[in-house]
Ligand binder design. Sequence first.
Ligand SMILES: [Zn+2]
Ligand SMILES: [Zn+2]
Length: 619
Amino acid sequence: MAPGTVQLNIFAWNQKLTKYVKDGQPEKAIQLFQQMQQEGVTPNKFTFVPLINACAGLGALEGGRRVHEQLIQSGCESDVFVGSSLVDMYAKCGSIKDAWSVFNKMPLRNVVTWNAMVLGHVKCGQGQKALELFQQMQQEGVRPNSVTFVGVLNACASMVAYEEGRSVHEQIIQSGCESDVFVGSRLVDMYTKCGSLEDAQRVFNIMPSRDVVTWSAMILGHVKCGQGQNALKLFRQLQQEGVQPNSVTFVAVLNACASVVALEEGRSVHEQIIQSGCESDVFVGSSLVDMYAKCGSLEDAWRVFHKMPSRDVATWNAILGGCAMHGHGREALKHFEQMCEEGVQPDDITFVCLLSACSHAGLVDEGMCCYAAMVTDYMISAKLEHYTCMVDLLGRAGHLQEAENMVMAIPCKPKVAAWMALLSTCRIHGNVEMAECVAKQILELEPDNAAGYVLLSNIYAAAGNRHLCENVERQRMEKGVKKQQGCTWIEVNNEVHTFVVGDQDHPQMNEIHGELQRLSGLMHDAGYVPCTKFILHDVEEEEKVSHVHHHSEKLAIALGLINTAPGTPLRIRKNLRVCEDCHTSIKFISKIVGRAIMVRDANRFHHFEDGICSCMDYW
Ligand SMILES: [Zn+2]
Ligand SMILES: [Zn+2]
C-alpha cells in the first residue's frame, strides 16, 4: 500500500469516528476503533481524542485505560489535546487520581485541560479543590472561559461560599462572560443557593436572554428561601414571556404551591403538566403527590399516586409523609408494608416519615418497632431526625425519662433539635423541672436559639410563674435574640395572601377586623374563654395580650370566611406551631360557621370540623 493511501484512509476512519461521538453513539465509535485495529490501521491523535471522549461519555473507565495504554505506545501522550481529553475522561469516570497523574505529566496545559480538572473536582464534591485549581490556573497565566466559570460557580453553590462566589462574579464581569446565558443561569443558581435572592434578582434582571434553566433556578431559589408566593409570581411571569417550562420548573413550582398551601394554583400547574406530557416523569409525579398532601388533599395525592406508571422511594416517601402530617399513623404503617411488598427499598427519609406518623398518632409501641427494624433489618443507621422523632414519640406519650435518656445517648452532634423536641414535650406535660434543665442545655449549645427562650418562658407562664417567665424574656432581649416571626398564608380565589401578626397592610383589613369582632361575640356566647395563661405562647413575636386576637392565622381565616361561599373549606399554612389559644378559637369558629378549616403548622395538619380537631388536642 502506498503511503498516501494510508494517510487518506486514517483521515476517513477518524472522520467517521468523530461523527459517531458527535451524534451521541459512543458505542459505535468504540466498535469502529476495534475494526480499525483488525484492519491494521495505525491510529493517530485524531483517532484517540474522539475515542477518549466516547469512553468519558459512557463512563467506561476500563475502556479508557486501554485506550490510554495504546496511545502511550503511539507516542501521542504529550499532545495537549490528547492529554486534556484523558484528564476529562478520568475525571468524568470518577478517577481523580488518574486525572491528576496525567495532568502532572503534561508538558503543556491549556484552558481545556484546566477546565477538565476544575469540573472533575466539582463533580466529585471537592469544591474547595476546584477553587484552588481555579486560582492556580490564573497564576500560570491561563485565562478562564465560560466553561471554567460555570464549574467554579457550581463549586461555590455546593459549598454555600457566598464571598468566593461574589469574587468569581467580579471576574466574570471583567472577562465579559456575564451575558452568556449558561454563566448567567449559574450565577442565579449560586446566589440563590447562598441565600442571596437580591443578588440573584439583580443578575436575572440584566440578563440579555434567559432560558428555562435560568427561570427554574430563580423559582427554586425563592422556594428555598421561604418565598413561595414570589416563586409563583415568577412562574406566571415565565409563562407570559412564552418560556416553555420543563420538568425541573414544574417540580420547583409544585414545591412553591406546597409551601404556601396554594391548592388551586397547584391544580392548574397539574393541568399544564398533563398537557406538557411530563406527568409520567417519576420526579414530577412524586412532587405532585407531595404538593397535594401538603395542600391538605390526601385524596388527590392518592389519585396521582395510583395513576403513576412507576413509583420510586421518593414517591412512597411523599405519600407516607402525607399520612404522617395528617395524623394517619396506622395507614402509614399499612402502606409501608405495601411498599416493601412492591420491592421498593426504604431509605432514611422513609423512616423519618414512619416515626413521625407514629408520633403524631401516639403509636408508641409501633414506633419502637419501626425504629428497631430500621437499624437491624434495613441496616440504616439512625440520624438526628430519627432520634428527634423518637424523643417526640416517647415524650408525647408521657415517657419523659426515657425520652431524656434517649437524647443523652445520641451520638451525633449538635443535637439541639432533639433537645427542642424534649422541651416541647415538657411543655405538653407541664414538667417545669425538666424543662429548666433542657432549656439550659439548649442555650449552652446555641445561645441565640430564640425558640429555646420562648418555650421556656411559655412553660413558666403555663405554670403561673409570671416572675420567672419575665426573667427569661429579659435575658433573651438582653442578648439581642429575636423571635422568629409568625406568618400565615391562605389562597383565596386563586391568589395567595400572606399575614403576619398584627398585620394592618391588607386592603380588606377593616372587613377582617369586623369579621373577627363578630366571631368573637359568637364565640363568647358559645362558651369560649381566652387562654390568657399562654400569652407568651410559642415561637413568635406576639407579646401583647391584644395580639392574641390578631394572630396571623386568625386574620387569614377571617379573610377566607368573607371572600368564599358558605360551606367552602379553608386551607391555611402557618410557618410556626399553632398556639393554644388559636387552636381553641379555630375549633369554636369551625362549629359556628359550619366550615372545615385545615391548618398546616410547622408540625402537622389540623383538620378542624364541627368544634373538633383531628389532632385530638395532641400536638
Ligand atoms: Zn395564636
Ligand atoms: Zn389540632
